[in-house]
Design a protein around this ligand. Structure first.
Ligand code: 4AD
Ligand code: MG
Length: 457
């Protein structure tokens, strides 16, 4: 259908006086004696287009005025009678699709909770349409950033036979019938589709390292899967993962890249989504724009795990899980550090090796690894990364300590045998980033069809 986007009509002085066709969904209808008004949205902008109908010239079909109905309007663009921008004087209105009163998106019933039950319709609300426009702008910005900085875009496999983090939280991929019976586990998997145990990848990092040790700088941007039983507002079973991996890079380089990327993404969203952010600032998180502007223009903090624990221990009485050196940081500790102590994003570095993955570069102290998590106010961990252990002997020793199957990692170990280089990278949880930019507090509300424990609508 030939038509003009609402976004193009709203603010362009050139459009005034032109005749256009606009297609969209009715968001409000107001009637008076001589004139009535339709507010239309076509998804192209946060702002809606006001359509003015002179009842002396045109009586609209009542179906065209129902909330949620889809229509095509032919008319003339004029300067708005009130306020800034343009509106449309209707000459002809055609019904595209009726919308009966059972339409669940009604003015009064739009809590996020309620809308979670209708994921297929919730994008027609201001909030969700705004979230998904921001999400799209951020995704484009990720590709642009890496492209402009000389990174190659790699697609890591989603079905894998190796568990990257060695954490056993993988979804299994199988074609075996539910009642398949075999004498042993080995026989069961031998008879399965791939002939070995396979699952959905929790991270593209290992393949990313393969590519980085040939191409220099690469990134992946795709889904990762975690079968964690964590029913929290920050965890999904399927999330989108941005994973750059860089050769000839050490931990400080990894930190620099992460900070630069994040600031670039925030600046882009501020520039390209001003209406969406103004809306979130008013209705979702007061002060959001100021927060993002400040973050984009100031340095992130850096502190070691050991320093962080020393700070947290003084506060142990207030925590549900008291901290001591060696314990994993819980969400409450992460939030305390970034919200109360540093009041800005903070990279925590050099964690005890026991609580981090086998592949992380071992520090000379023999106790910690060159890892970093970036914590941000409101969310906690948004990035996890590290320098990788590049030394064959040290890496195999760490794997042996963890009783890992060396054969399964032969290719990964080969990278350390043939021209090994210092390298590192990180993973940014894309949904967590969108939460941070929009102020939305539940990860299920920045995902089209969120998947989590016992939830696959
Ligand atoms: O800290 P994680 O587990 O690190 C890795 O997977 C590394 N292989 C990354 C790398 O170095 N290339 O995950 C990285 C980020 C987390 O900081 C978090 O933002 C996000 O991925 N994340 C999740 N987001 C939503 N739901 C989940 N279940 C997530 N698990 C991790
Ligand atoms: Mg992590």
């Amino acid at each position: 259908m030939k038509h003009t986007d609402i976004k193009c009509i709203l603010s362009s002085a050139d459009m005034v006086g032109t005749s256009v066709v606009v297609c969209g969904w009715v968001r409000t209808f107001r009637d008076s004696a001589q004139i009535c008004f339709l507010e239309l949205s076509d998804g192209t902008s946060f702002k809606k287009l006001q359509v003015v109908i002179d009842k002396n010239a045109l009586i609209p079909d009542p179906e065209c005025t129902k909330l949620g109905a889809s229509v095509a309007v032919k008319g003339k663009v004029v300067k708005a009678f009130k306020g800034e921008g343009n509106e449309l004087e209707a000459a002809e209105i055609t019904l595209l699709g009726k919308c009966p009163p059972e339409y669940p998106i009604q003015k009064k019933r739009t809590t996020l909770d309620f809308l979670r039950g209708i994921p297929h319709l919730r994008l027609r609300t201001n909030t969700f349409a705004a979230v998904f426009r921001v999400r799209s702008v951020a995704a484009q910005a990720i590709h642009r950033y890496f492209h402009e900085h000389g990174y190659y875009y790699i697609n890591a496999p989603l079905i894998t036979a190796s568990d990257c983090e060695g954490a056993g939280e993988m979804f299994r991929v199988t074609t075996q019938p539910w009642n398949a019976r075999y004498e042993s586990e080995e026989e069961y998997f031998k008879n399965d589709f791939f002939g070995v145990k396979a699952g959905l990848s929790v991270s593209g990092q290992l393949e990313g390292e393969v590519a980085a040790t040939a191409l220099g700088r690469i990134y992946t941007f795709g889904p990762s899967f975690r079968a964690e039983n964590s029913n929290t507002t920050r965890h999904l079973a399927e999330f989108w993962h941005v994973e750059p991996e860089v050769a000839f890079a050490e931990l400080p380089d990894v930190i620099e890249i992460a900070e630069d990327l994040l600031k670039y993404l925030i600046r882009t969203v501020l520039e390209e989504c001003p209406d969406e952010l103004a809306f979130f600032d008013s209705f979702v998180e007061k002060g959001l724009i100021e927060k993002l502007t400040h973050v984009a223009n100031s340095d992130f903090a850096v502190c070691t795990y050991t320093e962080a624990v020393a700070i947290l221990e003084k506060q142990n009485a207030d925590f549900r899980f008291p901290v001591h050196w060696g314990s994993d940081l819980q969400s409450e500790h992460e939030k305390y550090l970034t919200e109360v102590v540093f009041k800005r994003p903070v990279f925590v570095t050099d964690y005890p090796k026991e609580i981090k993955s086998f592949y992380m570069k071992q520090n000379p102290d023999g106790k910690t690894v060159a890892a970093t998590d970036l914590l941000v106010p409101g969310i906690g961990e948004i990035i996890g990364g590290s320098e990788r252990e590049a030394d064959y002997g040290k890496l195999t020793a760490a794997m042996r300590e963890r009783h890992m199957d060396m054969d399964a990692y032969k290719q990964y170990l080969d990278l350390r045998l043939f021209g090994s280089v210092p390298h590192g990278g990180f993973g940014l949880g894309f949904e967590r980033f969108v939460m941070y930019c929009t102020g939305i507090e539940n990860i299920r509300d920045v995902t089209l069809f969120p998947r989590s424990v016992k939830n696959i609508m």
